[in-house]
Design a protein around this ligand. Structure first.
Ligand code: GTP
Ligand code: OAA
Ligand code: MN
Length: 623
């Protein structure tokens, strides 16, 4: 084995540190001295038998070399530099296009700790399986060592990991999505705890084998050891399965750390809304995958005087902290550094902010290629180009009868490029949260917006999220499924304990707790047409929410919380009929009794805390 890059020299002594590496922070996973990192990399290399080991330093020179290599192997297709500078298209294997929830495992010591919503496997058995799978898995390939930080490297809230991967696409993507390289390794050297995360595409190469542009394995394993804070991923190169800082670490493992330490790791966007009077409201929102987080995070307000700044689009970590006024509030940070966003539906009409963010420096995956070397996907423009190369590399014309881009095609781009990014988005202290939104794709029953009357009622709202399935994960698109807190695929421990933890955090916050709302942009009429225009026009709902937090706008009380009176919502210029508005704000008692009965049965299945089931019974009684 030849080391192309040696591990970087230690930048500081392990003892003295200029950073405030919290000495009181519990350490997780492997002890954090460099020797332990080297020993771990050595063990994985002995097992997986790569041809080379490369330590990723995060610098430009190494990155450019990596990109050049991927272009030469066909993994990345350079786009036309005049139209889309510094940007590339990757086409995945057609069987490796989304998260694989049925192959995602939580290996806690007991099945009960994983709970009824997770695939549990016995940790010892799984370790044996993994040892077999990874034996020689990297033969003929390069093993990359990617130290990374979730959260700004110098933030006291930052958490560290090291991903070992044999995929250069993963290395390049981690560079966008996390702070990866030497700075993160220096913090680990200084004593910060780190999560070991091992990834292989599971496609070793023999001496005479020719590589393919997107190596992967039909057999996939996305494995978490919550007690050990450890991640193993095999067989897939797709974002949510392979960029291990994201769902695996920042949600599944972090949710367990958060439970133990009294904070929350959530599948949420984060924005700052400023009213015409200059009043600031910080809002986090949990919607299931491909249900509008990125779009709301980049909202371009359509009401005069309002502005929205982006802080995050997919993951929020939030911790209670007492302010100068003696009130304890949740303070929120975005642990990511980039966006891994859904391409279809993103256009100059629907999300101009995203379109501006995507002007350069993007890795696109599974979108279509235009004849002039740019990218296209359904919804980018109202009319498709006359000819394209589709996501599988085949000729495509508008009459092809199939989408040109995969429905879960994605862009990977640095958050710093987003024009609406708040100037202080990397503030290590985070922002104080005023409101939390829960939502999903609900063609009927669920009103445009509802305010929960208490923290408990809000937790019930989050626990009862149901949404039509999207292409973000394997499964039948459109099917309604329960997705508590939009965290069904991302909670690293038993969902009942997760719900209890939410209730507990709320009790600790008391009067400083954010207000909780339910939203639904996706209500349809009998003809299947969206009743609500959505996108930028969601401003009107956000304005009501911000004004409710400030106590300056009305609402009417219903058994499921407060909804706006038609006059409370500014819908001027929308051309919305009175009947449509009434339907959007309607709480139908018959439909809601059925809805809550179903939710109650589900909570029973989850063994949800009794307090939630009581809150639900109160609502049913009021109906
Ligand atoms: N009708 C309607 N569609 C929307 C709205 N907001 C987003 N969408 C569509 O929903 C799809 C997914 O939206 P995203 O914002 O990327 O979803 P996300 O929640 O960030 O998804 P993940 O990255 O998978 O977690 C896109 O096709 C959007 O065009 C809306 O307000 N109304
Ligand atoms: O993780 C991914 O692959 C993309 C994502 O945000 C999701 O599915 O929620
Ligand atoms: Mn997501």
């Amino acid at each position: 084995m030849t080391a192309t890059y040696l591990p970087p020299a230690r930048s500081r002594s392990g003892a003295a540190t200029s950073h405030e590496v919290a000495a009181d922070r519990p350490t997780h996973g492997t002890p954090s001295r460099r020797d332990d990192v080297l020993a771990w990399v050595g063990r994985i290399a002995d097992l997986a038998q790569p041809d080379r080991i490369v330590w990723v330093d995060g610098g430009d020179a190494q990155h450019e070399l990596l990109v050049r290599e991927m272009v030469s192997t066909g993994t990345l297709l350079p786009l036309n530099p005049e139209l889309r500078p510094d940007s590339y298209l990757a086409r995945s294997d057609p069987g490796d296009v989304a998260r694989v929830e049925s192959r995602t495992f939580i290996c806690s010591p007991t099945r009960a700790e994983a709970g009824p919503t997770n695939n549990w496997r016995d940790p010892a058995e799984m370790r044996q399986t993994l040892a077999g799978l990874f034996d020689g898995a990297m033969r003929g390939r390069t093993l990359y060592v990617v130290p990374f930080s979730m959260g700004p490297v110098d933030s006291p809230l930052a958490r560290f990991g090291i991903e070992i991967t044999d995929s250069p696409y993963v290395v390049a993507s981690m560079r966008i999505m996390t702070r990866s390289g030497a700075a993160a390794l220096a913090r680990i050297d200084d004593g910060a705890a780190w999560v070991p995360a091992v990834h292989s595409v599971g496609a070793p190469l023999g001496p005479d084998d020719v590589d393919v542009p997107w190596p992967c394995n039909p057999e996939k394993y996305i494995v978490h050891f919550p007690a050990e804070r450890e991640i193993w991923s095999y067989g897939s190169g797709y974002g949510g399965n392979a960029l291990l800082g994201k769902k695996c670490f920042a949600l599944r493992i972090a949710s367990v750390i958060a439970r133990d330490e009294g904070w929350l790791a959530e599948h949420m966007l984060l924005v700052r809304v400023t009213s015409p009077e200059g009043r600031r409201t910080h809002v986090a929102a949990a919607f299931p995958s491909a249900c509008g987080k990125t779009n709301l995070a980049m909202l371009r307000p359509t009401l005069p005087g309002w502005s929205v700044e982006t802080l995050g689009d997919d993951i929020v970590w939030m911790a209670p902290r007492e302010g100068d006024d003696g009130v304890t509030r949740l303070h929120a940070i975005n642990p990511e550094a980039g966006f891994f966003g859904v391409a279809p539906g993103t256009g100059w009409e629907s999300n101009p902010t995203a379109m501006e963010t995507l002007r350069r420096g993007v890795i696109f995956t599974n979108v279509a290629l235009t004849d002039d070397g740019d990218v296209w996907w359904e919804g980018q423009t109202s009319q498709p180009p006359a000819h394209l190369i589709d996501w599988q590399g085949r000729d495509w014309t508008p009459d092809a009868g199939r989408p040109a881009a995969h429905p879960n095609s994605r862009f990977t781009v640095s958050a710093a490029q987003c024009p609406t990014m708040a100037a202080d988005w990397e503030d290590p202290a985070g922002v104080p949260l005023d409101a939390i939104l829960f939502g999903g794709r609900r063609p009927s029953t669920v009103p445009l917006v509802t305010q929960a009357d208490s923290w408990e009622a809000g937790v019930l709202l989050g626990a009862s999220i149901a949404s039509e399935r999207t292409a973000a994960a394997e499964g039948t698109v459109g099917e309604l499924r329960r997705d508590p807190f939009a965290m069904l695929p991302f909670t690293g421990y038993a969902v009942a304990d997760y719900l209890a933890h939410w209730l507990e955090v709320g009790r600790g916050l008391g009067t400083g707790a954010p207000a909780i709302f339910g939203v639904n942009w996706f209500r349809k009429d009998d003809g299947g047409r969206f009743l609500w225009p959505g996108f930028g026009e969601n401003t009107r709902v956000i304005a009501w929410i911000a004004d409710r937090v400030a106590g300056t706008v009305g609402g009417r009380s219903t058994p499921i919380g407060h909804v706006p009176n038609p006059g409370d919502l500014d819908v001027t210029g929308l051309g919305l009929s009175e009947a449509d508005l009434d339907e959007l704000l309607d709480v139908d008692p018959v439909a809601w009794r059925a809805e809550l009965t179903r939710a109650g049965a589900y909570l029973e299945e989850l063994r949800a805390p009794a307090a939630l089931r009581r809150a639900l019974d109160v609502a049913i009684d009021r109906l």
